[in-house]
Design a protein around this ligand. Structure first.
Ligand code: AMP
Ligand code: GLY
Length: 418
C-alpha cells in the first residue's frame, strides 16, 4: 500500500519510520515533508486539499495520515472522505475540540468529564466577576489557536484581569482572544495520554510526558516541547482506567451523539491532582515530540493501526507495544523560541537503528546537505529496556549529530528517574 503523510515535522518523520517497518508499505509521500523526509519517500508541494485528493486518487495511494492540527481544522478530512478516500484524522467539526478552547470546555462540562472549574465568555464584566471568586494563580486562555502561546498563568487577580482585558480587546492575540476561558489553577503533574480512535472504538497508547519549558528544571519560556519519554511510570493502572472510563469513552460517545464521530488521534493533556485525572486540554493529533517516542514502541504494524482506524475497524486489531522505553531529546536552534535562526549545515554520523534514531523536523536540504532551518530542528530518540538505558542512548546520539548553535535540555525524563 502507498501512503501519504500530511505534515513536515519530527512527528511525521517518526510516523514514516514506523510505517516503513511494515513490508507491505510500498511507497511513502509527504505533503509537504521536510529536507530529510525525501530520504524516506517523495515530498509533494500540493497545498490545495482538492488537488491533493486528486493526486492521491491518480497515484493509487490507499491511506492518508494527517499529522498536524492545521489541515484538520481546515477540513482536509471532510474533503478526502467526499472523494471516497481512506484518511486518518478528525473531521473539521471534531477538530473544534482543539481549535476552540471554549467549545472544548463546554463539551467537557456537557459530558461530565473532569476538568478545571471555568467560565468561557466575551464579556469583561463576567470575566472579572469570575476571577474574583477564584484564588491565585488563575489561568486565562484565549479561545482560538495561538501556536501554544494563548495560556496565561496569572500570579494575582489583578494580573488575571489585565490578561483577560488584553485578550478581549484583541490586543494580545487578535481574533483568537475575542473569547476567553478563565479557569482555576490545577496543581499536580502533567501527562500526555493518547488514544487512536475510529469513531466508535479506541486503542489507548502508553502514557508519555512532555517537557514544555526551554531550560533544565522546567525553567525558561514555554516551547512546543523540548523532550518526551514513554511509557511513564507516573501513569499507573488506575490512571489508565480513569482515562478510559471518565475521558475517552464519554468523549467518543459524546462526539458521536453530537454528530461529529471522532476518527483520529485523541490527545488528552491531563493533570493529575491527588491521584485524580483532570483534562487540561484536548488535541486532535499526536503530540510532538511525544509521537517520536511512541512510534518506535509499536509492536503492531503502524499501517494496520492507522488504516483500521481510518476505515472504522479498530475492533479487529490487537494493539501491542514492545516492553521497552523511549526517550526523545529535542535539539533546537540557537534562538528558539524567540526568533528564527540562520540555516546551519547539520553534521551527522548517526545511523537509524532499533536502539536509536534522529527524527528530523525543522530542516531543509540544499545540494544534498541537510540544514537546520530554525525552531525545533530534530529529536534524538533512544530506546532501551529501562528509561535510563533509553535516555543514555538518546544523549549519546546528541554527541553524534550537531550544528552551530544547537541546544537541548539535559534533564529529559527527570520526573521518572527522581
Ligand atoms: P493548554 O494549552 O491548555 O494545555 O495549556 C498550556 C499549559 O498551561 C499546560 O500544559 C499546563 O502546563 C498549563 N495549564 C493550562 N491550564 C492549566 C490549569 N488549569 N492549571 C494549571 N496549569 C495549566
Ligand atoms: N508536545 C505537545 C504538543 O504537541 O502539543
Amino acid at each position: 500500500m502507498k501512503i501519504l503523510i500530511v505534515g513536515g515535522g519530527g512527528r511525521e518523520y517518526a510516523i514514516a519510520l514506523a510505517l516503513k517497518r511494515d513490508k507491505s508499505v510500498e511507497g511513502l509521500y509527504f505533503a509537504p515533508g521536510n529536507g530529510a523526509t525525501d530520504e524516506l519517500g517523495t515530498n509533494m508541494d500540493i497545498k490545495d486539499f482538492e488537488k491533493l485528493a486528486e493526486f492521491v486518487k491518480k497515484e493509487g495511494i490507499g491511506l492518508t495520515i494527517v499529522g498536524p492540527e492545521a489541515p484538520l481544522v481546515e477540513g482536509i478530512t471532510d474533503i478526502f472522505r467526499k472523494h471516497g478516500l481512506a484518511i486518518f484524522g478528525v473531521s473539521k467539526e471534531a477538530a473544534k475540540l482543539e481549535g476552540s478552547k471554549a467549545f472544548m470546555k463546554d463539551f467537557l462540562s456537557r459530558h461530565n468529564i473532569p476538568t478545571a472549574k471555568y467560565i468561557q465568555t466575551n464579556s469583561i464584566k463576567k470575566a472579572y466577576e469570575f476571577i474574583d471568586t477564584l484564588s491565585a494563580p488563575i489561568v486565562v486562555k484565549a479561545d482560538g489557536l495561538c501556536a501554544g502561546k494563548g495560556v496565561i498563568i496569572a500570579k494575582s487577580k489583578d494580573e488575571a484581569k489585565q490578561s483577560a482585558k488584553d485578550m478581549l480587546s484583541g490586543e494580545s492575540f487578535g481574533n483568537a482572544g475575542k473569547n476567553i476561558v478563565v479557569e482555576e489553577f490545577l496543581d499536580g503533574y502533567e501527562l500526555s495520554i493518547f488514544a487512536v480512535c475510529d469513531g466508535e472504538n479506541y486503542k489507548i497508547l502508553p502514557a508519555a510526558q512532555d517537557h514544555k519549558r526551554l531550560l533544565d528544571n522546567d525553567e525558561g519560556p514555554n516551547t512546543g516541547g523540548m523532550g518526551a519519554y514513554a511509557p511513564t511510570p507516573l501513569a499507573n493502572d488506575d490512571i489508565y482506567a480513569q482515562a478510559e472510563e471518565f475521558v475517552i469513552k464519554p468523549t467518543l460517545k459524546g462526539m458521536k451523539e453530537e454528530g461529529a464521530p471522532y476518527t483520529g488521534t485523541l490527545f488528552i493533556g491531563a493533570m493529575i491532582v491527588n491521584k485524580k485525572l483532570y483534562v487540561l486540554e484536548y488535541n486532535v493529533r499526536f503530540g510532538d515530540p511525544e509521537c517520536e517516542v511512541l512510534m518506535p514502541l509499536l509492536k503492531t504494524s503502524a499501517k494496520e493501526l492507522f488504516y483500521k482506524a481510518a476505515i472504522g475497524r479498530l475492533n479487529e486489531l490487537d494493539l501491542e507495544f514492545k516492553d521497552e522505553f523511549a526517550v526523545g531529546v529535542v535539539v533546537a536552534s540557537k534562538d528558539y523560541p524567540y526568533k528564527n535562526s540562520e540555516p546551519k549545515p547539520i553534521i551527522s554520523n548517526v545511523k537509524n537503528s532499533a536502539d536509536s534514531y534522529a527524527a528530523y523536523a525543522g530542516v531543509t536540504k540544499k545540494e544534498g546537505v541537510i540544514y537546520a532551518n530554525g525552531g525545533r530542528v530534530l529529536v534524538c530518540v533512544g530506546i532501551g529496556k529501562s528509561i535510563k538505558e533509553a535516555r543514555n542512548r538518546a544523549y549519546d546520539l546528541t554527541k553524534n549529530i550537531s550544528f552551530e548553535g544547537a541546544k537541548f535540555r539535559n534533564d529529559i525524563a527527570y520526573q521518572a528517574l527522581k
